[in-house]
Write a protein that binds this ligand. Structure first.
Ligand code: SP5
Ligand code: ZN
Length: 356
């Protein structure tokens, strides 16, 4: 077997070790672990895919997509946490916010930047599950470089490319991170594709969870359409506050956002029917290029979602999506280590089968 899809990755992506995630106030084993990247890489390499190292890119696109203060915060927060003695003196070995300066707290007061690093931990983070440690920044930035390198390949004429991004990114808005994500790799790839010339980009997000970050980054823009199929956030699933069907975009972006929430328990038939609806809507835009947020957590075996998609379902989704236009696939979620590799191979093999 020879999978004709270039796989871009960075060894730096192994350096983020969340250790724990704090969910409902209690630390538990982290789900977004380094072995995810190793398992994916090994399976894709065994399937014959060429593996390329991510090429370093400057921050131009990254700081267009994200508030530069978020980027600077992530780059420096671990060192400040460490220097404040929080690991050595208090046993706090990861950055976890305990206070969030919400609109309700501020009630009109200006948003100050407090000197205490433990207070600032909540400035750009919206949950307690997305921990920062010593190697996190290298991995976060390596994932962005992988996405940018894959986008370069497609901008230069490749029909398909896959970025093995870890940590994932689709939950990150312009100015806030969470959901095991730190910088929005898919949004950065979409912006890079636009900067290279193509007028119309479509993002198709098939992670089990709604990509609230990507949606909001492009919410007021018609040039980057966003469509997602995901488990219904109203049925109790992350990200809870976004991903509903009436979120259709705003201003010039009105009509350029599409959410298709699915009931827990939905399997291949219902999921692929929704993927088809997304594809039909995207096709009407005649997109020059696609970004695919490839989460593998809709799989039946996955512990983080109640969707029941099979590897055959992922293969079919890859085929139907890649038939639309050249595509940059970006790795998002997917947490069941024994099946992660076969699922990724299925999705990309399906995508390759769509190319004549
Ligand atoms: C990128 C991505 O798929 N992010 C999804 C993050 C959703 N995580 C929700 C976690 C909810 C609680 N998890 C309990 C884990 C028990 N092992
Ligand atoms: Zn997910």
């Amino acid at each position: 077997m020879s999978l004709p899809v270039p796989v871009v990755w960075s060894t730096d992506c192994l350096r983020h070790e969340p250790v724990d995630e704090v969910w409902l106030g209690v630390p538990g084993p982290g789900t977004e672990v380094p072995d995810r990247a190793l398992v994916l890489r090994a399976a894709l390499e065994a399937a014959g895919a060429p593996v390329l190292d991510a090429r370093p890119h400057d921050d131009t696109i990254l700081r267009t997509v994200h508030d530069p203060r978020l980027v600077d915060h992530l780059a420096g927060i671990w060192a400040e946490w460490d220097q404040a003695g929080l690991p050595a003196d208090y046993g706090r070995n990861r950055v976890v916010p305990y206070l969030f300066p919400t609109e309700g707290l501020l009630a009109g007061l200006p948003l100050r930047v407090p000197p205490a690093v433990h207070a600032r931990a909540g400035l750009f983070c919206y949950d307690t599950m997305t921990l920062v440690g010593p190697g996190s920044w290298a991995a976060i930035r390596g994932a962005v470089d992988a996405a940018l390198t894959a986008a370069d390949l497609v901008s230069s004429g490749a029909r398909l490319a896959y970025a093995l991004c870890r940590p994932p990114g689709h939950h990150v808005t312009r100015g806030a991170y969470g959901g095991s994500c730190y910088l929005n790799n898919a949004a950065v790839a979409a912006e890079a594709l636009r900067a290279a010339g193509p007028a119309q980009v479509a993002v198709l997000d098939i992670d089990a969870h709604h990509g609230n970050g990507t949606q909001m980054i492009f919410y007021e823009r018609p040039d980057v359409w966003y469509g997602s199929v995901h488990v219904d956030p109203g049925a109790g699933w992350f990200p809870h506050y976004a991903g509903y069907p009436d979120e259709r975009g705003r201003g010039p972006g009105d009509g350029f956002n599409r959410n298709l929430p699915l009931a827990p328990g939905t399997g291949d038939d219902g999921w692929l029917a929704a993927v088809d609806l997304l594809c039909a809507e995207a096709r009407e835009l005649r997109p020059d290029v696609l970004v695919v947020s490839l989460g593998l957590d809709a799989a039946a075996e996955d512990p983080e979602s109640p969707l029941q998609v099979t590897a055959a379902g992922y293969r079919e989704a890859g085929r139907r999506i890649a038939a639309l236009a050249p595509a940059v696939f970006i790795q998002e979620g997917g947490y069941h280590l024994p099946t992660l590799g076969p699922l990724a191979v299925a999705a990309l093999d399906g995508a390759a089968a769509a190319i004549p």
